[in-house]
Design a protein around this ligand. Structure first.
Ligand code: URA
Length: 425
């Protein structure tokens, strides 16, 4: 084949054969197909879509770009989870130790920041020394010896996703169902867990902007997982405002620690406990929300996070130290009222511009940069109250502050905000 013909075929709205998809991924991974042709193909796919069969073929081709981890010699049902991406989404960093604290092994492969969303791997790397690249043997040893591990894609594990993910991040080809489904499910199948919880986010800060699209993405992924014998379910969650109060990297670790120690808000702890309940159920363990929340207050879940940090080489000191940047600006409420909207997309973009995300593949992340919110939807603010603090090592322009402010609507209505919207099995 010639890559230019495959790009053209997709551009013209035709479906690719399995052999064509296999050829494309194989040659992209071995360096024969350059990034610019793969970008063009991703963009053609963005506009023309893929059939269910093409998505399955692409997922399997990406999976075959690396090895598949076999966890069958570790006893018990191993679980994994993955979010389709969000702003302030530190759920994995709380949920993985929480579920592991019930003795259920969690074997997770995560991703980096994508577009305006943050990535679990980047957040974990803000802990000095924390290593996300592990060999398959190392990963298996961590899961069997400690009951948890979080690693990234590598040249051994879904190399196609490692390359394509970084490319999509900077070519406006992230928010598309076939590309997301194949990216996530190739990682989930490769990492070897028996059961998978998919957190499909919907709303301004998610890649799926409406519930119908979210349902479609959830369906495609749940079917892909079940078709290869993995117990898979999805939960559709609200990403119209950032999750929790911290958006960035190190500040999100600090918030995760706070929740694991039984702090932050009851609503936030409950939300995480509900997700944990689903993961535990997938592993055949029925626990009430109260029983799950008890592992926040008794220190077991936090203990598991410290163990995770230690076994992956991180330094657990100063996890909750305040952000330390050259510039810090409070964003002040101009009038009194209830916060009615807190646009997650705009806030995610502001966090990125403060230094918490990447604009090109070669960019590095400033772990100290980010946003700390002081208010959320439904909160009452008075004129002059600080709604948020912005942290950056670059000068924070008035334009950026205005951009943040334009994401906030203050009005008369005290709005309810529900996190879990639907479960898809
Ligand atoms: N998370 C992933 O791992 N891949 C995507 O494409 C989107 C979110």
């Amino acid at each position: 084949y010639r890559m230019v013909d495959l790009i053209q075929k997709k551009r013209d709205g035709n479906s690719l054969e399995k052999t064509e998809i296999n050829w494309m991924i194989e040659n992209y991974v071995n360096g024969t197909v350059p990034d610019y042709q793969m970008s063009a193909f991703a963009m053609a796919t963005y506009f023309k879509g893929m059939t269910t069969e093409e998505v399955a073929d692409l997922t399997m081709a990406m999976l075959d770009s690396g090895k598949q981890i076999d966890l069958s010699d570790i006893p018990g049902i191993k679980v994994d989870k993955h979010s389709t991406g969000g702003v302030g989404d530190k759920v994995s960093i709380i949920l993985v130790p929480l579920v592991a604290s019930f003795g259920i092994p969690v074997a997770k492969m995560s991703g980096r920041g994508l577009g305006h969303t943050g990535g679990t791997l980047d957040k974990l790397e803000s802990i000095p020394g924390f290593k996300v690249e592990k060999t398959i043997d190392e990963f298996k040893k961590l899961v069997s010896g400690h009951g948890l591990a979080i690693i990234g894609q590598s040249d051994d594990l879904v190399k196609a996703d490692k390359l394509l993910y970084a490319l999509r991040d900077v070519t406006a080809t992230v928010d598309q169902i076939p590309l997301i489904a194949s990216s996530i499910m190739s990682k989930k199948i490769a990492s070897g867990a028996d059961a998978i919880l998919l957190d499909v986010t919907v709303g301004s800060g998610a890649f799926m902007k409406n519930i119908d699209e979210a349902r479609k993405l959830a369906r495609v992924m749940v079917d892909l997982g079940n078709a290869v014998g993995r117990r898979t379910m999805a939960v559709i969650t609200n990403m119209n405002q950032p999750l929790g109060y911290a958006i960035g990297n190190r500040n999100e670790i600090a918030e995760a620690v706070e929740v694991l120690k039984g702090g932050s808000t009851l609503a936030f702890r409950k939300y995480i406990a509900e997700l944990a309940q689903m993961m535990l159920q997938l592993a055949g363990l029925d626990k009430s929300i109260d029983e799950i929340m008890a592992n926040f207050s008794n220190g077991k879940a936090y203990g598991k996070l410290l163990e995770l940090i230690e076994i992956q080489g991180g330094n657990p000191l100063n996890l909750t130290a305040p952000l330390n940047t050259k510039f810090q600006v409070d964003v002040i409420a101009d009038n009194q009222g209830y916060i009615e909207e807190m646009g997650a997309l705009d806030i995610g973009l502001v966090a990125m511009k403060l230094g918490a995300g990447r604009a090109t593949k070669a960019d590095s992340i400033d772990f100290e940069a980010g946003v700390n919110l002081h208010q959320k939807i439904g909160d009452l603010v008075k004129k002059g109250d600080a709604i948020a603090t912005l942290y950056s090592n670059r000068e924070i322009s008035d334009d950026l502050i205005s951009e943040f402010k334009s994401a906030i609507v203050i009005g008369k209505v005290k709005k309810d905000y529900k996190e879990i919207l639907e479960v898809i099995k």
